[in-house]
Design a protein around this ligand. Structure first.
Ligand SMILES: Cc1cc2nc3c(=O)[nH]c(=O)nc-3n(C[C@H](O)[C@H](O)[C@H](O)COP(=O)(O)OP(=O)(O)OC[C@H]3O[C@@H](n4cnc5c(N)ncnc54)[C@H](O)[C@@H]3O)c2cc1C
Length: 399
């Protein structure tokens, strides 16, 4: 299997790289480099820049504004975004509900929602998980009872990322409580401004607010907002969870982090010399880089195989390996950055208690510890690493 890019692919990579370098607002890039939170406006502004270039929904069919790129070009595009570093197009619309509407939605839903997703006129969030339905998603209990031309929705979703920004939520709801678990589930699009929708923030361990609970209390939803057929939602959810096969390992993110760690470790002095010259530190860095290289080659093998799998619609089970290793490496980069920052990573002004020796540091120092804590999530969301190991055991090892 040839893992090298062709001359055309290299030319494509250069074109993407130059565009991002020229078009990405410096303020957004700085926030990304320093690990600061982006505002809603930042994410919208960048996606609209991409949309003007015709690249915000690169993964979609041309008919609906996509690029017609193959899996290698998609991979290169996402890696360049990650390494810039730039925000990726908002996943909930572009990689999740958009492809579901394209594949299973009505013509009216396509015309209504797809252009607005591409331009991020509508911010979508994902209402799948519930308090007792995460890994075992089919245990979900939120109900939607048909009443004339509407559904009446009652229940609770949780861990909903960016629900506080969202205009719409795509939900899995139970429409047939008598049917076997997976069979009675439907895929419903709900306007977040509907009467009876309440969003409550969940504060994360880093003090941030990106996830929420959503409560539905007799929320009336037009039946036209059902995607596909009633009680077939589980099939659409499986399609959604498998629709993004490339870049699940976020190799570009880790590459950019390691570049940054080296840059900072060259600046930080320990016992009179740069940390980057310290043997123990160098060994840790090297071992992480070796792991990342192995992951990149594995990722390229999966992407190269995609050349032959195009249109199959099922995820390569090897993407579970990419998710496991990719999340472990991202978490390891966050840990290594903590070591670079050292005591300055103490976030809450501990200096006051020990004679004021530790003042707040520079921005990149102050975000290292929150990022370390925040990135614990990477091995949980999108199907936890334990669940991915189950998939590897079943689908690859045949256990
Ligand atoms: C930051 C963050 C953002 C999220 N955003 C969203 C979102 O926008 N929308 C949404 O719908 N959901 C979202 N989620 C939810 C996410 O998908 C779930 O957290 C995840 O599926 C795990 O479910 P759970 O939290 O209920 O844990 P549980 O399923 O209760 O699992 C608890 C532990 O048991 C392990 N476990 C469970 N079952 C098995 C098994 N069969 N074999 C081995 N181990 C097992 C798990 O790996 C885990 O370690 C988000 C989660 C996080 C952390």
């Amino acid at each position: 299997m040839d893992l090298r890019f062709t001359p055309e692919e290299i030319a494509f990579r250069d074109e993407v790289r130059s565009f991002i370098r020229a078009a990405l607002p410096a303020s957004i890039r700085h926030k990304m480099v320093e690990g600061r939170d982006l505002s809603r406006d930042d994410v919208v502004a960048w996606q609209r820049i991409l949309n003007r270039r015709g690249w915000s929904v690169a993964n979609w069919p041309k008919e609906w504004g996509g690029t017609g790129w193959g899996p290698i070009q998609q991979y290169i595009f996402m890696e360049e975004i990650q390494m810039a570093p730039a925000p990726r197009p908002l996943a909930y619309g572009v990689f999740m509900v958009g492809p579901v509407i394209i594949a299973f939605g009505s013509e009216a839903q396509k015309r209504r929602f797809l252009p607005r997703i591409a331009n991020l006129d509508d911010w979508w969030c994902q209402g799948f998980s519930e308090p007792a339905a995460g890994s075992d998603l089919a245990a979900l209990k939120t109900t939607a009872r048909r009443d004339g031309g509407e559904y009446v929705v009652n229940g609770q979703k949780t861990w909903t990322t960016y629900a506080q920004y969202a205009d719409w939520v795509f939900c899995l709801v139970r429409t047939d409580p008598a049917a076997k678990k997976q069979r009675g589930i439907s895929f419903l699009l709900i306007d977040m401004k509907s009467k009876g929708v309440v969003v409550r923030p969940i504060e994360t361990i880093d003090g941030g607010h990106e996830i929420n609970e959503i409560f539905f209390d007799d929320v009336r939803v037009p039946a036209d907002n059902l995607v596909g057929e009633e009680n077939k939602g589980w099939d659409y959810a499986k399609f959604l969870l498998g629709s993004e096969r490339t870049n699940i390992a976020r190799v570009g993110v880790s590459k950019e982090r390691i570049r940054r760690i080296k840059e900072l470790a060259a600046r930080v002095q320990v016992r009179g010399r740069p940390l980057l010259d310290d043997d123990i530190f160098r060994r840790k860095l090297a071992s992480l880089e070796v792991e990342l290289k192995a992951l990149e080659i594995t990722q390229l093998r999966v992407v190269a195989a995609e050349r032959n799998r195009a249109g199959r619609g099922t995820p390569d089970p090897a993407s579970s390996i990419l998710k496991i290793k990719g999340s472990e490496i991202q978490q390891a980069t966050a840990e290594l950055l903590l070591q670079v920052v050292g005591p300055q990573a103490m976030p809450y002004g501990l200096g006051d208690d020990i004679g004021g020796a530790l003042a707040f540091g520079e921005l990149w120092e102050m975000t290292a510890a929150p990022t370390y804590y925040n990135w614990r999530k990477i091995s949980i969301y999108g199907g936890s690493n334990e669940i991915q190991k189950n998939i590897v055991a079943r689908s690859i090892l045949g256990l």
